[in-house]
Design a protein around this ligand. Sequence first.
Ligand SMILES: *[C@@H]1O[C@H](CO)[C@@H](O)[C@H](O)[C@H]1NC(C)=O
Ligand SMILES: CC(=O)N[C@H]1CO[C@H](CO)[C@@H](O)[C@@H]1O
Length: 495
Amino acid sequence: MEIADRFPLLKFGTVLSAASVLLACWYQYQSQSQHQYQTSSVRDTELDERLELVLSSLLRAEGKVGMEGAARPRVAVGFGGCVDIVVDGIMLLEKMGVHPSKQPFHHDFIETSEQLAQSFAYFFPPGAASERYVKNDTLFSQLVEASRLLPGSRWSVGGNAPVMAGRMAIEGCDVLLGVSATPDFTGVLSQHITVAGNTVEKPDIHLILEYHSGAEWGQYTSKRANRYIIHSDNHNPYLASMYDFEQKLQDFQPDLLVIGGLQMMDNFPFKQGERKALLRHLSRLLSSTNPITGVHFEMASFVDEGLLAELLEVVMAHADSLGMNEQELPNLLSLLRGGIVTVLSDPTPRVATVLDQMRELYRLVNKRRTGIPGTRPLTRLHVHTLAFQAIAVARGSVWKNTMSAAAKASLTASRHVCGSAQIDPNKAKLIMDESFSISQQEGSQRIPLLENRPVSCWEEDDYEICVAPVLVCTEVYQTAGGGDNISAAGLVLQI
Ligand SMILES: *[C@@H]1O[C@H](CO)[C@@H](O)[C@H](O)[C@H]1NC(C)=O
Ligand SMILES: CC(=O)N[C@H]1CO[C@H](CO)[C@@H](O)[C@@H]1O
C-alpha cells in the first residue's frame, strides 16, 4: 500500500516540495536561457570551439582504454524483455477518448481510463518519466490496438536487460541474457548474445507514450520532453527466465553479472507469498555467485515501498555496484533514511547535490551491510543525469579505468539521445556550469570545468570520484533506453 494514502498530509507535502523544486528549476532555466540569448551573438564562435574541444577531449579519454587484443569480457544480464511500441502519447489519448483530467493524481497502478487520465495529468506537466502497471486487460488491449494503427508508431526490442545486453555486445562483450522470449525476439538479437530462458508465444508489450517539450494536452503543457510508460506484463514479473539463466550461469562464468528490470514486479497483483519466494530465489542465486564475478544492480522507477525495501535487503545487498538516475537516487536514499519513496524530484540537480546524495547513499548502504554474512560491500556507484555523469569507486576495488568510463558514459548519452554514433557539436550544449562545487557544505572545494580535461577525478575517504560533463543533445531522437545504454557503456570499461 502506498504510504501517502495512509498519511494524506505527507503526500501533500511531498508534492508541494517537488512542485517548488520544479518551479525553482524552471526559473533557473528561464534566466539561464535569457542570459544565453543576450550573449549568444558575441560568443557563438567561442562557444562552438569550446564544445568541440570538450568533445575531442572526451573522445580521447574514452579511447585511452583499448579493448583490442584483449579477450572479450563475459557478462550475464537478467531479467525480462519486451516489445516496445513507441507512440505520440497525446495522439493516443485523443484517439482513445481519454480526456485531460481536472484531477491530476498519482495512482500506483491503472485500472480505468479515468485513472489513466489522472495519472498522465500528474506526470505530463513537469515532464517526469514514469512507468505504471495496467491492471485491466481489456483497457490495455484497447490501448495496444489503438497504438498499432496510430501514424508514426514504431516497434523495437525493449526492456532493461536486452538493451544493456545489446550495448555490451556492441562494445565487445559476450553476453548471456536472461529473458522469456519469442523466437522472433531472439532472432533480432546480436550474435554475441546467448539467450537463457523459456520460450513464450506472446511477448510482453510496453506502450511508450512519448511527448515533446511544450506539448499540449487540454489545459496542460509539458515542461520538458519525456515519456509515460504503461504495461500489463504477464511474464516479466515472474522472472520466468531465472531458472534457465541460473543453470547456464554455472558454465558461463561471467566477469560481471547485471540485474535489472525488477520494476516489472512493482504493483503487480501477485498471489500471497509469490513475490517473496521469487526474490528469495534470486537472493540465493546472487549469494552463491563466484566472488570474482562483479555484481551490478540497475535501479529503476519504483513506487511500491514494500518491494523496494525487500530489494534493498535481499537483492541489492549482494551487488558491488549500483547504477541509477537523478530521480532514482533520492528515491532510494529517502527509503534508506526513513522509509518514504519520492515520486518526483528535481530533474536537473546540481553536481554538489548529487555528490552529497551519493556520499550519503554509499555510507548508509555500507553501514547496513557491514558484518551481515553473504552481503558484499558497495564499491561502485554510477549516477547518470542529463547534465553530467558521476562515478564513485572504492580505492583498491576491482573496478578499473573510472575516468575513461565516465567519459564513455557521457559520450553514450549524447550518442543515444541524438540517435547517432557521431556526435555533432552543433546539436549539443553544455548545461553544467563552468565550475562546480564538490559539496553543498560551506567552503567546499570548487572544480573548474576544463575543456581540454573535462573529466575531473579526485580522492575522498576510501573512494575516488569522477565527474564528466554531458554534451546534451538538442535534437532529440530518443530518450527511452538511455539509462541502460549509458550504464552498460560505463561498466564495460571497468571490468
Ligand atoms: C476495464 O476497462 C474497460 C474498458 O475501458 C472498462 O469498460 C471496465 O470498466 C474496466 N474494468 C474495471 C474493473 O475497472
Ligand atoms: C542510439 C543508441 O546508441 N542507442 C542504443 C541503445 O542500445 C541498443 C542496443 O541494445 C541500440 O539498439 C540502440 O541503438
